[in-house]
Design a protein around this ligand. Structure first.
Ligand code: SIN
Length: 481
């Protein structure tokens, strides 16, 4: 099989890294190398910065209609080319083809949404402190922005940042995960074909994130960074951003509780548990990590979930009927194994799965652990794998306290028919995203983001564009004189 050699997209040109280095992209289902991609360094980042700064004034002054036109065209092209883009995503990330198709649609929806939002960057007038004055509030693009994006949603996490940045009039440089650079480069190709001016978007791929990102963080004129990834890296970037007081948006780790009360619609809870747990094989920041089930229904919930997960077919995501792909890399499998071993050793019972696959590919099957308690690693750390850890609880008070007992605060799910309880939990659970009888709350229309150590800022919705806009006001005097 011929291995494709890709190029970087810098300042509107397809180019190699100046050192001539490449890295391999591996299909996690087969462990085969599928492409070679330039291993860029600080030089390439500086070239991208220069190109972006050169076009920035022009892009900032473009009309909303021009920006919306390009974003809409790119979205349309993504939808038209969805099969090809999804195949590439499945090959580099591993997720089943149907899920990749779903992600392409999710990714396009952010471009569509922000194409429309670009037309709604409204100002305001505020009554002034003197009849001789007026106060006018205006919004302006924050400037050159850097996006650092993860491998688990290789397209949607890019468009969720590029969409609002471009809509607001900011150029953006994307440093995608080295595990999934091909989807990022495809997005660049689409924007190029959609007519985006050179330099507005650059994609810089590389395996040495430290020096690559530092080149941008040290540059004062990079005014904004948006990062999706681990909390540890987020904290490091926040420190680096402090030096030049860059705006930051962070979408960091989660530790999502999934709470099922005895009065819930059990079948709906199970159906949603499968989605919240198994979407992207559990490799999602919003994946249900701790399943708290009220004691009277623990056995029934566990049995139904077991039937549903056992029916899922694991394999190469390009094969028909596969709904469970591989994890991204051997390290990811190791972490899942560590969590399962720790739980077993501390008294958890394996109801389903519980040991990794044999043969090629980084596979771990859907797994259910019962009798889990809060002392186990799996209840304390994000697993990022297909393991449902089931814990019994008795009262609402108790489960709220246990669910909140973490530094993370991204997503929480709860299932109940009691409307009063829905509101109590919505108010008291310390999470930015609340799935009330809903295992899939993510959508371009909603303000995605976390509390506490799960992040800062919001992506998607009308709030998402504010992250790329500065607020200024004009105090206009001399009205009556
Ligand atoms: C993530 O896991 O980082 C994002 C998931 C989503 O958008 O639903």
């Amino acid at each position: 099989m011929e291995i494709e050699t890709a190029q970087l997209f810098i300042g509107g040109e397809w180019t190699d890294a100046s050192g001539g280095d490449y890295f391999d992209v591996v299909n996690p289902a087969t462990e085969r190398v599928i492409a070679r991609v330039p291993d860029a360094g600080p030089d390439e980042m500086r070239r991208a910065i220069d190109a972006a700064l050169a076009v920035q004034p022009h892009w900032a002054e473009s009309t909303a209609a021009e920006r919306a036109g390009i974003l809409s065209k790119a979205a349309r092209m993504m939808r038209e080319q969805a099969d090809d883009l999804a195949r590439i995503m499945t090959e580099e990330e591993g997720k089943p083809f149907s899920e990749s198709l779903g992600e392409i649609s999710y990714a396009a929806s952010f471009l569509e949404w922000f194409a429309e939002e670009s037309k709604r960057i409204y100002g305001e007038t505020i009554p002034a402190n003197s009849s001789n004055k007026r106060i006018l509030v205006i919004k302006r693009p924050v400037g050159l922005s850097l996006a650092i994006t993860p491998w688990n949603f290789p397209a949607a996490m890019i468009t969720r940042k590029v969409g609002p940045a471009l809509a607001a009039g900011c150029p953006m440089i994307v440093k995608p995960s080295e595990l999934t650079p091909l989807s990022a480069l495809e997005i660049a190709r689409i924007f190029e074909e959609a007519g985006l001016p050179k330099g507005v978007l650059s994609i810089v791929t590389g395996t040495r994130p430290g020096p690559l990102v530092a080149a941008a963080m040290e540059e004062f004129r990079v005014r904004k960074i948006s990062f999706t990834g681990s909390t540890a890296v987020g904290k490091l970037l926040m420190k680096q951003a402090a030096d030049s007081v860059k705006r930051v948006s962070f979408e960091l780790g989660g530790q999502a509780p999934f709470i099922v009360f005895a009065d819930a619609d059990l079948d709906a809870a199970v159906e949603n548990a499968v989605i919240a747990k198994m979407r992207s094989v559990g490799e999602s920041c919003v994946a249900a990590n701790r399943m708290y089930v009220q004691r009277p229904i623990v056995e029934a919930f566990t049995a139904k979930l077991s039937t549903a997960l056992a029916a899922m077919k694991m394999g190469n995501g390009l094969e028909d009927g596969v709904s469970v792909g591989p994890l991204i890399e051997p390290r990811a499998v190791d972490k899942v194994e560590r969590h399962v071993a720790d739980a077993r050793q501390k008294g958890a019972t394996v109801i389903l799965g519980g040991s990794k696959g044999t043969g090629a590919g980084y596979f771990y099957p859907p797994t259910i652990l019962a009798n889990v308690d809060d002392s186990m690693l799996i209840a304390q750390e994000e697993t990022f794998g297909p393991v449902a850890a089931i814990m019994a609880f008795d009262t609402e008070e108790e489960v709220i306290a246990r669910a909140n007992n973490t530094h993370a605060g991204l997503a929480a799910y709860f299932f109940t028919r009691d409307i009063g309880r829905v509101m109590r939990l919505a108010e008291r659970l310390e999470y930015g995203i609340l799935g009330a009888n809903d295992g899939l709350p993510s959508t371009a229309q909603a303000p995605f983001g976390g509390l506490k150590e799960s992040g800062l800022g919001r992506e998607g919705s009308h709030y998402g564009i504010d992250e790329y806009l500065d607020i200024k006001y004009v105090s206009l005097g001399g009205i009556n004189t």
